[in-house]
Design a protein around this ligand. Structure first.
Ligand code: NA7
Length: 539
């Protein structure tokens, strides 16, 4: 349609991560002319960008894998229960080659703009290299946690040392030897960095605003015995994982109120020993809804952390305060030796809750009280504009020229997290109002979302439809359903990236991830499709 368009497609997929690789594979199989565009130089998505020291799964490797194909699953063997980024990146290359989609991607190309043309009912997409593409469907696999919050402080450009955001880590790595290093941020990422580099740096200054509830990771090596064990569980895993609360193999097992206090304690102790996210995602589901239960489990986890820290000053800085937020209402990081790192003589914990970082000065970090910490390297483990950032950083224009960044700047809405009213033929993954990294093993959710999208496009092909869009009412119903569940949970009462609170100016009234559970969401999504896509309008 567009006069200057050099490429004509039926589907343009943004991103070559876990979602994009599988989405391109499926749409190709459907017979569509599809092409993927990726800003990075290679495949991997999250596992391409996040190559900071200590980057690692908090999901068991054998649970994170795609489960849609038995040979693909069994053809890969992890060397650990929770593998690290280099091995994960190798796995992403393995699946890309096995699915034979590498040639369907264009790398080093960032999508800058996408405009829906109401006359032709097609998208005109422009890349940062000036290429113009005309496509029927725009499919976004751009990631939930991929738009980094990297420019946060005044004076960052004046720093005479080096500043790295964790998700923009140099491919060649960073040499910490003899360096004074500052880390800002103690979420899942900061914790992995800190515990990993503490022994390698001359001095480590950790700037802590909000400590998190964590769980200790146990990470045994996997050899042929373990690999055979989980390969042998393929059928079982495939029947279980898609239907649990969190897309892991385990699910809520224990009813809090029917369990005696002594037995509860035993159960918590047992599950804690699992060394996984199980205590969060598969112990007592009541922790998400009932304040008393949340308080008791939070106290249990605090007790565990405090026993390792001993020192009251460190406890004050590194343990969430009672009543502040409940265990599990923020993302729970797994850690290994994180707390012990603070016992090293070269590591210092600096509280910045009451004495915040005000700016970066040429020699280091300055706090409100005027004190300056002199540093050679600053690591910003400061997180992401979650859920919306990957798309609002693209100039996306729907019907009537409406802007997605403006729309979501007012209120973050979607239908099933798969489409947005006003943006016909734009199919989305990893955006708000679907289950996501907040409470989901990401590959489980992304497989389901991309499969749902593929089924929708197949349905359109069968019926000769060219355009799909959620109706205003269909979207409103999903938003209401989402909010009714989210607002009944304690997650809605805390502030974190779960509800946009980590980004200045972002609307915070809504929990971004569907909290009803992965299995429940799947039922809703399947019902929407099987019922003839009532929430959608076709042309
Ligand atoms: P998170 O979880 O958003 O953590 C960001 C951290 O950075 C968090 O501790 C923040 O403290 C801290 N932060 C952000 N801005 C500041 C300023 N201005 N001063 C001090 N500290 C600051 O990001 P992650 O990358 O760790 O994890 C994101 C997800 O990626 C993770 O959950 C996994 O699913 C993968 P705050 O809590 O806001 O007080």
């Amino acid at each position: 349609s567009s006069a200057e368009a050099t490429t004509q497609l039926e589907a343009l997929v943004i991103g070559a991560g876990v979602a994009g690789i599988y989405q391109v594979f499926q749409l190709k199989k459907l017979g569509l002319k599809v092409r993927g565009y990726e800003a990075g130089s290679d495949v991997g998505g999250t596992w391409y960008w996040n190559r900071y020291p200590g980057a690692r799964f908090d999901s068991e490797g054998y649970i994170y894998q795609y489960i849609f194909d038995e040979d693909l699953y069994k053809g890969w063997s992890w060397s650990q229960k929770f593998p690290g980024q280099p091995e994960i990146e190798r796995w992403m290359h393995y699946v890309t080659d096995e699915l034979n989609v590498r040639g369907d991607f264009q790398f080093d190309t960032r999508i800058a703009k996408a405009v829906f043309d109401e006359r032709t009912e097609r998208w005109t997409v422009t890349t940062d290299t000036g290429e113009v593409i005309d496509t029927k469907f725009l499919v976004t696999c751009a990631g939930m946690l991929s738009a980094p919050l990297a420019n946060l402080f005044e004076g960052q450009d004046d720093f005479t040392g080096e500043i790295f955001h964790t998700s923009r880590w140099p491919r060649e790595g960073v040499d910490f030897t003899g360096k004074r290093v500052g880390v800002i941020g103690t979420g899942a990422t900061g914790i992995q960095v800190i515990q990993t580099i503490a022994a390698d740096v001359d001095q480590l200054k950790v700037f802590i605003r909000s400590p998190q509830y964590t769980l200790p990771m146990k990470n045994p090596d996997y050899g042929p015995t373990e690999q055979e064990w989980y390969h042998g569980r393929f059928d079982e895993l495939r029947s279980v994982i898609p239907h649990t609360f969190s897309g892991f193999e385990y699910d809520w097992e224990h009813p809090w109120h029917d369990t005696s206090p002594e037995r509860r304690r035993e159960i918590l102790e047992e599950i804690y020993e699992d060394g996984s996210l199980k205590l969060w995602l598969a112990s007592f589901g009541e922790m998400f809804f009932e304040q008393d239960v949340s308080d008791e489990i939070s106290a249990f986890v605090r007790e565990k952390i405090e026993a390792r820290l001993q020192d009251p000053e460190l406890i004050d800085l590194l343990v969430p305060r009672p009543g502040e937020f409940g265990f599990g209402t923020h993302r729970v990081p797994l850690e290994r030796g994180y707390y012990e790192a603070f016992h090293r003589p070269n590591v210092e914990a600096i509280g910045v809750r009451d004495n915040p970082i005000t700016r970066i000065v040429p020699e280091g970090i300055e706090l409100a009280d005027g004190s300056v910490y002199e540093l050679d390297i600053i690591v910003m483990a400061t997180g992401f504009d979650a859920g919306t950032g990957a798309l609002t950083r693209i100039d996306i224009r729907g019907r009537g020229g409406r802007s997605l960044a403006d729309d979501w700047g007012r209120e973050i809405r979607s239908t099933l997290g798969i489409m947005v009213h006003g943006y016909p033929n734009m199919l989305t993954t990893a955006i708000p109002l679907a289950p996501s990294a907040a409470l989901c093993n990401m590959t489980t959710c992304l497989q389901q979302q991309t499969e749902w999208i593929t089924d929708l496009l197949a349905y359109m092909g069968e019926h000769g439809y060219d355009v799909v869009e959620p109706t205003e009412q269909g979207e409103e119903e999903w938003v209401q359903h989402h909010d009714a569940i989210a607002n009944a949970t304690l997650v809605s009462k805390t502030s974190s990236w779960y509800n946009g609170a980590n980004v200045p100016g972002k609307p915070t009234g809504r929990v971004l991830s569907y909290v009803g559970g992965v299995g429940a969401y799947r039922q809703q999504a399947d019902a929407a499709a099987n019922g003839g896509y009532q929430a959608f309008r076709f042309e």
